[in-house]
Design a protein around this ligand. Structure first.
Ligand SMILES: Cc1cc2nc3c(=O)[nH]c(=O)nc-3n(C[C@H](O)[C@H](O)[C@H](O)COP(=O)(O)OP(=O)(O)OC[C@H]3O[C@@H](n4cnc5c(N)ncnc54)[C@H](O)[C@@H]3O)c2cc1C
Length: 416
């Protein structure tokens, strides 16, 4: 069914009793042309673009839980394309352009909200590095504005401009950045892929990868073996575990990232704000809750929950920037498993196993990448060659020394 004003009115006349399921709960078939492991944003987007752009429809997405139970339904929903390095800039800008047309493309309301992303700077040196990033963005055709203190104060009058330990000097603003409702992205891609014949198989865990003579033949799952000509890994925080099933060791560590939501408040902040003197990002959801996050927990883990020291650290940063938050109650928080790569950039590539493809290493910035990641991964799987904007995301760059270290912190996955 196509969603439109007319379908809404027609359903309203029937008491909304006729809406069909958004996607079929498919049972696994014995074999597929392409089998995608992981029903997160990246896996579902890949399936959608394979079917819609490359007419490859004999595809299954295999998800161990339910659609949206991973990071795609756990993130702080921020999208932006404010990258400095050539390997990243064009990829993330493609993603931004795909976000801008996503709702029409999928016929689904994903609540894409280009409310602006403002990165604060607090020193002359930080201003200079933000100016450099802004200039690189503008040279690549991406929007960026370096704004001064008075403009920041006009946008966000409630921040601490008087007693702050790290005085605010200004910010780098990307007006086209913003937020997208995260689980709607999973549901929208799932619905659009399903309507093109893709099987979305939930509650089916991949437990083994079948390889014969160096080539993929299929997978073992909790619902039996499935054969496939091509298998694509898109399992985010579980990438190392799945790669190990194929005999590979990835340059990736898994860490926990937490998100926090306050009680509902009247509209306070109409952009996404990041603190430049610590790790804190904050925005307000349409329900009124302040949504914020900060650093990853400082240890490796596959648990989908975090620990208290990071909660304290994030709250301290929030209070340092915006003291009035002391009176706001935290409503809930949760954690997701991040696939932290050694240079902070992702991998979209072939693997040494013929027919096995890898999409991983998204660290904590993979939500904004969802459309371009799916688009470029589908291109790689369909054509067996890298999409030009994702050509730098090779697995061998770690051994060849062609790192894409956006933050410049070196081989420290917990710092990216
Ligand atoms: C708290 C938090 C805040 C974040 N904030 C942002 C943000 O503001 N902006 C941004 O750009 N990014 C953000 N991220 C990062 C972003 O969410 C991730 O990088 C991105 O969602 C990862 O891709 P995915 O959606 O495909 O992952 P997932 O949704 O995790 O999908 C992977 C799927 O694979 C499944 N799986 C794993 N193992 C198996 C198996 N053996 N068999 C079958 N299925 C399996 C999992 O169940 C999971 O559903 C945040 C992440 C977290 C946790």
């Amino acid at each position: 069914m196509r969603y439109s004003m007319f379908s809404l009115i027609a359903q309203a006349m029937k008491g909304h009793s006729g809406w069909p399921p958004v996607w079929r709960d498919a049972a696994p078939k014995p074999s597929y042309d392409v089998l995608i492991i992981g029903g997160g944003g990246h896996g579902l987007a890949t399936a959608y673009y394979l079917a819609s752009r490359y007419s490859i429809n004999n595809v299954a997405v295999i998800e161990k839980g339910y659609i949206g139970s991973g990071n795609v339904g756990r993130n702080t929903t921020i999208i932006r394309s404010n990258y400095l390095l050539p390997g990243n800039t064009h990829f993330y800008e493609l993603s931004m352009k795909l976000w801008e047309g996503l709702e029409q493309d999928l016929n689904y309301n994903a609540m894409v909200s280009q409310r602006g992303v403002l990165n604060l700077y607090h020193s002359d040196a930080q201003r200079d590095s933000f100016a450099r990033r802004g200039n690189a963005m503008r040279l690549a055709g991406v929007d960026a504005e370096l704004i001064g203190l008075e403009q920041v104060r006009a946008m966000l009058p409630f921040l601490d401009y008087k007693t702050s330990r790290f005085p605010i000097q200004g910010g780098l603003l990307q007006k086209r950045g913003g937020t997208v409702r995260h689980d709607a992205v999973a549901w929208g891609y799932a619905r659009a892929a399903d309507s093109r014949g893709v099987d979305i198989v939930q509650n089916c865990e991949v437990t083994g990868i079948a390889i014969a003579d160096g080539s993929i033949t299929g997978v073992e799952t909790t619902r039996g073996p499935i054969k496939a000509k091509k298998v694509a890994l898109a399992v985010a925080g579980n990438s190392s575990r799945l790669a190990a099933m194929a005999g590979m060791r990835l340059p990736i560590e898994s860490h926990i990232l937490q998100a926090f939501v306050s009680e509902g408040l009247k509209p306070l902040i109409d952009c996404v704000l990041t603190f430049g003197a610590g790790h804190l990002y904050i925005s307000q959801s349409d329900k009124g809750g302040l949504v914020f996050g900060g650093d990853i927990d400082g240890y490796n883990s596959y648990a989908q929950r975090g620990n208290l020291p990071v909660i304290e650290d994030v709250m301290e940063a929030a209070m340092g920037l915006w003291p009035a938050l002391a009176r706001v109650r935290l409503l809930r928080h949760w954690g997701g498993i991040m696939d932290m790569s050694m240079d902070g950039s992702p991998i979209i590539d072939h693997t040494p196993v013929q027919g096995l493809y890898l999409n991983a290493g998204w660290c904590y910035g993979g939500f904004k990448a969802t459309p371009a990641s799916g688009f470029c991964f589908a291109h790689l799987i369909a054509k067996d060659e890298a999409h030009p904007v994702a050509a730098a995301y090779r697995l061998d760059r770690f051994s060849a020394g062609r790192l894409i270290d956006e933050k410049g912190v070196g081989a420290q996955p917990n710092l990216h």
